[in-house]
Design a protein around this ligand. Structure first.
Ligand code: 5GP
Ligand code: ZN
Length: 118
């Protein structure tokens, strides 16, 4: 837990978010500034700053987090099948474009927001 971290605060319910899923370990909610028709953020409740801090010991919960993404995408409006789909984006560190230093997966879909991106 990190006292002043905005995503820790969302996890603790101290600031509002449009949550779509939560369990003991994870919370998913709508991005406040969506880049596409579907733009969710999936976070671990436990504070970890970025993928730069992940170690092999994190494989278990990180695997569960990754496996959660397709279900959240499907339940929140991403289109099914090979003509639909979604992106998982994990910005990491300043040069990786990360602005909120609490690890999060962007789950982005409902259109073709990948156009022009890596
Ligand atoms: P990053 O650049 O760190 O990968 O992405 C941070 C994301 O968090 C951005 O897409 C931004 O719109 C979103 N965001 C920042 N502050 C808040 C907030 O207070 N609530 C919600 N729901 N999203 C936020
Ligand atoms: Zn945090």
């Amino acid at each position: 837990m990190s006292e002043n971290c905005i995503f820790c605060k969302i996890g603790r319910g101290e600031i509002p978010a449009k949550k779509v899923y939560e369990d003991d370990d994870f919370v998913a909610f709508h991005d406040i500034n969506p880049a596409a028709p579907v733009h969710l953020l999936l976070i671990p409740r436990r504070h970890i700053a970025s993928m730069q801090d992940v170690t092999p010991e994190d494989a278990g919960w990180l695997g569960r987090m990754m496996a959660m993404a397709p279900r959240l995408a499907a339940e929140n409006g991403c289109n099914p099948g090979p003509q639909g789909g979604f992106r998982i984006v994990v910005n990491s560190g300043a040069e990786g474009g990360q602005e909120v230093p609490h690890l999060h997966f962007h789950i982005i879909g409902g259109s073709r927001p990948w156009a022009g991106r890596a």
